[in-house]
Design a protein around this ligand. Sequence first.
Ligand SMILES: Cc1ncc(COP(=O)(O)O)c(C=O)c1O
Length: 433
Amino acid sequence: MFFKKDTPSEEKNSLINLFKNHISPGKVAFFKKYHMDFVMGHRNGSWLCDLDGTKKLFNLHSNGGVFNLGHRNKEISDVLKSQLNFYDIGNHHLLSKPRAKLAALLAKLLPGNLNYTIFGVSGGEAIDTAIKVARAFTKRTKIISVYGGYHGHTGLALQTGDMSYRVPFLFDSTDFIQVPFNDLESLKAVLKNDVAAVILETIPATLGMLMPEEDYLKTVKELCQSNKSLLILDEVQAGLGRTGKLWAFEHFDVIPDMVVLAKGLSGGIYPITATIINDKLIDVFKDDPFIHISTSGGAELGCAVVQKVLEITAHVDFLKHVNSMAILFAEVLQDLQKKHNSFFRGVRQKGLMIGLELTDSLAGPALTKAAYDNDLLLIYANNDTSVVQLLPSLVITETDIAYIVKQLDKALKQAKLLHKALILKKGLGQLFK
Ligand SMILES: Cc1ncc(COP(=O)(O)O)c(C=O)c1O
């Protein structure tokens, strides 16, 4: 009764079958079950269209920040097109002008001694690199992360994350320790002289945009310093203007030893990531500068894309825009929260990094589905499903916000009914991993 049904076109049906037979039968079955078998077709700005044009969605998830500047941002794609006349991936053994210029720009935009960049392709790879550097520098093996944090699905990144992602793949090393976020006492208890680094998302997104308590990050850095451990901040989702400052850690009066950037760095067009390390850590590569490589990391074509992303994102007017949209969002969300307060309990927000706190763990999946039925793509936080993440593009407008509020209001009404049905039937499963 709650599910809208559309009849898919022949082309769409056959693509869904290809996906089922050659990529993931499980995902196809899941999306079909919930009548969410959307196949991405045309996309532009904040909008996504289904392949057969029967449905459109306003993207309020932005793939965790990949689409900070919207889908197919023209300025970004023009840069990529122009680079194709001259560049390709480049050669990871050789010196490179685009990589050198981009690394210098990152150093200029980052505070402190964060002066060296190691490029990669995926966020997980960039986290793995940070952990490798921490271990090589400190000659220690242990890494502390937080329960419910998320840093990727590659080897070392996976080890810092939730058990549910590790156990099926038989990853269970005692070198990786977890403590609750915002809990300094638990951290102190495990921060011993065998700890290479503490790794945190500045604002943990998969945990539902939990905000660091006052002085938490600053104290973590001080504790690390006195223990000769390193602090790695993962700004894969929180960085690049998302919170209204270029770097989210700027809100918290802390400078990490390493910063990891991914997702939005790509401009949604060319995958590229960066592990930026401080001056002292470059010593790790003193004896052998070839001990770490990434063949396509920092591809020369992608470097120009990132230059443009940074030029747009670091601009004072851009950050002003993010902050004024954030104020508007705060106002309208407060009104919606009052109206639906039995279901919608509160808002976590820093700039346009927003979490909607809902009544319980079934409410996030319920609102995700109801939002989809009302043409909004938003997704609950996988490690706290009582929270729905709201990550609009940073180029969102007042008109967009008026549309979102109208649709979200309808979605909240529908989600309450769906939520009741879920309580009776128990569970919508995990909608999106
Ligand atoms: C905070 C954070 N760190 C790291 C990653 C890993 O990035 P990737 O999926 O590009 O490996 C993600 C991905 O969602 C993330 O949200």
